[in-house]
Write a protein that binds this ligand. Structure first.
Ligand code: 5RP
Length: 229
């Protein structure tokens, strides 16, 4: 196994401690989330079911025999486990490298606790090294791209990608993300935009970071130790 995959596996394993037994949990998208899903199965973790942030995640959960529920059919979620493309010291994130940002943001919003699982290559002092994904209604793509240029960004159309919601993705380079909460709100105002990949208003509550030294837990002071039930 490659070193980065070993770190993803390690951090996915650490996240198991945050899974409340017998409950419905939210499960994210991407290679780190996939390690987590596989561990849910191999470690025989007892959950009632899962709400998936993408069709790919739903398919993987079902293939392992887990019940996949619609978010509309559950009364909120106690925990959401997902990866990220970048995290900063305030636990704000860039997400959407796998084009699942909209559903990820919805599931994160509906969850009491968002546990983000990453390897240390995702750590930055300021968000923006990774291009910011933005999900856009197809007919608005060029208009939104021009508006993003006015904001100082360099949008690149992610060719050949259609999101689970039938939309397209613009990856935006060069944005000044010194105030992620403000920029997230500003981008939300662009007509034709479905969602942007800044997770700053609803940031992670806990970021588990795997490095060669082991798994580090970053959290807000209000966050307690892992909950078990
Ligand atoms: C998908 C995401 C993923 O969480 C993000 O791209 C990280 O993926 P990986 O775990 O494969 O590095 O936001 O939309």
């Amino acid at each position: 196994m490659q070193a980065q995959d070993a770190r993803k596996l390690a951090v996915a394993r650490a996240a198991l401690a945050y899974v409340p037994s017998g409950e419905v949990i939210g499960v994210g998208t991407g290679s780190t989330a996939n390690f987590f899903i596989d561990l849910l199965k191999s470690e025989r973790v007892s959950i009632e079911g899962a709400v998936a942030s993408s069709q790919a995640t739903a398919a993987r959960l079902k293939a392992h025999g887990f019940d996949v529920l619609e978010l509309n059919d559950v009364n909120g979620l106690s925990v959401y486990i997902d990866g990220a493309d970048e995290f900063d010291p305030q636990l704000c994130l860039i997400k959407g490298g796998g084009a699942a940002l909209t559903r990820e943001k919805i599931v994160a919003a509906a969850s009491q606790r968002f546990v983000c699982i990453v390897d240390d290559s995702k750590r930055v002092d300021r968000l923006g090294r990774f291009p910011l994904p933005i999900e856009v209604i197809p007919m608005a793509r060029s208009y939104v791209a021009r508006e993003l240029v006015k904001l100082g960004g360099h949008p690149v159309y992610r060719e050949g990608v259609v999101t689970d919601n039938g939309n397209c993705i613009l990856d935006v380079w060069g944005l000044d993300i010194h105030d992620p909460v403000h920029l997230e709100a500003r981008l939300d105002q662009l007509t034709g935009t479905v969602c942007n990949g800044l997770f700053a208003r609803r940031r992670a509550d806990i970021v588990l970071v795997a490095s060669d030294a082991g798994v580090q837990c970053l959290q807000h002071p209000a966050e307690a130790v892992p909950r078990q039930s």
